[in-house]
Each structure stands twice: as C-alpha cells, then as structure tokens.
Design a binder for this molecule. Sequence first.
Ligand SMILES: Cc1cc2nc3c(=O)[nH]c(=O)nc-3n(C[C@H](O)[C@H](O)[C@H](O)COP(=O)(O)O)c2cc1C
Length: 177
Amino acid sequence: MIGILKKRRSIRKYKDEKIKPQEIKDLLQAALLAPASKGISSNSFLVVDDREILDKLALCKVHGAGFLAQTPLAVVVLGDPKISDVWVENSSIAAIIMHLTAASMNIGSCWIQIRNRFNCDDVSSENYVREVLNIPDQYRVGVIIAVGYADEQKTAHEEEPFPNDKVFLNIYGNKLP
Ligand SMILES: Cc1cc2nc3c(=O)[nH]c(=O)nc-3n(C[C@H](O)[C@H](O)[C@H](O)COP(=O)(O)O)c2cc1C
C-alpha cells in the first residue's frame, strides 16, 4: 500500500485513448467498497465518456478543470444528503479510493474539486455540473475524478523526514519517542 501511496500523483495529461470497459468497472467496484458512515452509502456515480459533455464539464470552474477537455473519462461522485449527513466524507473517501485504485492499475487520475467552487460566470460549479448532466436536485456533487492513461511522467513521492511538529503522543505537544 505504501508503494501505491508514493507512486500516486495527480495526472492531468492523458493519451487520446478510451479506458477499457473492464477497467472502468474495476474503478467503480473499488469505490463501492468504500467505508461509509453507519455502513450506509450515500454515494452514486455518473461515468462520463462523451466528448461534448466532458468539454462542457471543463468549464465548471475557473481553475483546475480545464484539462477535462483533453480527458477521456470522468467519474462524477454524487452524494445524497437525505441518506447521510456526512455525504461529503462518504463521497470523498470513495473518490480517493478511485484515485488510489487507478494508480495501482497504472491509470492516471486527478481529483477535481466541485463543492464550494464557482465558474467564470460566478455560478456554483455544483449547479453548473448538475445542469450539464441533468442531475436531480436531491444530489450534491462534491468531486469529479478525471481518468485516463497518463501522457506525462511524474516522480513518485518520497517519504518525508518524520514531522515531529505535526504528530503528537497522548497530549498535544508531546513528541513521539
Ligand atoms: C480536496 C482536493 C481538491 C483538489 N482539487 C483539484 C482541482 O480542482 N483540480 C486539480 O487539477 N487538482 C486538484 N487537486 C489535486 C491537487 O492539486 C494535488 O493533489 C496536489 O497538487 C499534490 O499533487 P499530487 O497529487 O501529484 O501529489 C485536489 C486535491 C484535493 C485533495
């Protein structure tokens, strides 16, 4: 696991190649294994591979989503606040599991933050995405995971020196031995 955590990077440049259907299913199956508050998942997923729709999604926020216009696949993670008051956590966990699973499968991916973001017309990114994808009002959109075969190389993360100023034992300020 630590190897995948080191290898995982945010990939934003992808080959112009469709992701294999079985790989898409594997990513979704991984997301469905995510832990959820009270064991009740508030997540659902919208897989987007339509070029025109992806191009529209690229405009969902001012910065950080433009590369969707050159991305072959996106998974929009939907949360239902009626099912869980902690839908943000549930959907974030599912998203990060997809991101890590993609890395383990040698597939590039990147988190695109939607909740609390706005597009260039000052429309909330969530409402913009809801409109483009015809998502019913009951769902919230926290995050989109962009997915594709990497067309950029990034160096793996290295283990940092242990951060004694950020990890404490028993009482805040007590260093770990
Ligand atoms: C909560 C969260 C929101 C993020 N939002 C975006 C985003 O909207 N667009 C984007 O390109 N990257 C986004 N990222 C990816 C970060 O920019 C990236 O993780 C960070 O720069 C570190 O790079 P690395 O993932 O390659 O280690 C987000 C990551 C997280 C955890």
